[in-house]
Design a binder for this molecule. Structure first.
Ligand SMILES: [Zn+2]
Length: 85
């Protein structure tokens, strides 16, 4: 979708959410832990014709929520993400 074309329906009606901060509008990914919730910013691509969405999640969490923990470490240790088998 980064090329402006929807892989689901072929539409060129694609919008990009530029979310470089955990506090701005757009979409965030949260990893819930025992004490800390890590928040990761995303860059998202949305097709307005079929509503398919593609997200690219930041590699490290926001400094204020998660102290720069890695996505891999946070998701694997979280209580709200389960590995698909
Ligand atoms: Zn589409």
């Amino acid at each position: 979708m980064t090329n402006g074309i929807c892989p689901n329906c072929g539409s060129k009606n694609i919008y990009k959410s530029e979310n470089t901060s955990w506090s701005r509008d757009g979409l965030n990914i949260q990893a819930l832990g025992d004490k800390v919730t890590e928040v990761f910013a995303t860059e998202s691509y949305l097709c307005l014709d079929c509503r398919h969405i593609q997200m690219h999640v930041a590699e490290y969490s926001a400094a204020i929520f998660g102290k720069g923990k890695s996505l891999k470490e946070s998701i694997q240790a979280s209580s709200n993400w389960k590995k698909v088998n």
